[in-house]
Write a protein that binds this ligand. Structure first.
Ligand code: ADP
Ligand code: MG
Length: 205
């Protein structure tokens, strides 16, 4: 059994949840590299409306994805193939495309004029699961879920308890709980160092 360390913090508004996604994205290059070709598996725990998809959106935005990000409640999984989009020699960011018109206030505040380019990673497959409506974990076997985890990729999983017995052990568990003021964040992980965990929990806006 690997040992889990954990940290907690308060996320006082939507922008703080988006910023957490941004910080997770910043840790991806070294963390993915250490996994030597298998997927990084992040379980997102919390009730409906806790902010699991908001976190995912902040992560995707900070890797240069400007389009719609919502929970794949009916399709179970949404795939994002991200590529380095800035031309060689260009700054490490790309101007916002038109889709950014649909962004929330929090997204505008964080990613106001341009999006970072996917630099250190070059390209990355991200799979965003929402298992809320999953009837039977066996359905995951039928959709070939093992293939998603057997490659270099990032898997973000909402409602992972619905897939118990089929999903692999998570590398990182992020829990969001409703508070009167914002959300309580708890992160535990068997792959992150104490320093990396503290970096994630140190959200100042
Ligand atoms: P989930 O995917 O967990 O069901 P969503 O991310 O779809 O939740 O929705 C969360 C809602 O809560 C959104 O309206 C979002 O703006 C808001 N929200 C996200 N993070 C926070 C926060 N830290 N404090 C207050 N509201 C938040
Ligand atoms: Mg969701």
């Amino acid at each position: 059994m690997s040992t889990f360390q954990s940290v907690s913090a308060l996320l006082s508004d939507e922008a703080a949840t988006l910023a957490l996604g941004q910080r997770v994205a910043q840790l991806l290059p070294p963390v993915l590299q250490a996994l030597e070709g298998r997927a990084l598996c992040i379980n997102l725990e919390g009730d409906l409306g806790a902010g699991k998809t908001t976190l995912t959106r902040g992560l995707l935005r900070s890797l240069g994805f400007a389009g719609t990000v919502k929970s794949p409640t009916y399709t179970l999984v949404e795939s994002y193939q991200l590529h380095h989009s800035a031309p060689d020699g260009a700054p490490d960011s790309v101007p916002l495309p038109e889709q950014a018109e649909d962004w929330s206030q929090g997204e505008r505040e964080l990613f106001a004029r341009e999006l970072p380019a996917l630099n250190a990673l070059g390209q990355l497959e991200i799979y965003h699961f929402d298992l809320y409506r999953l009837q039977d974990p066996e359905e995951l076997e039928l959709m070939g879920i093992r293939d998603y985890f057997a490659q270099q990729a990032l898997c973000l999983i909402e409602w992972p308890d619905r897939g118990q017995g089929i999903l692999p052990e998570p590398d990182i568990v992020i829990t969001l709980e409703h508070l009167d003021e914002g959300r309580r964040l708890t992160i535990s992980s068997s792959v992150l160092t104490a320093e990396q965990l503290n970096f994630l929990a140190d959200i100042k806006l």
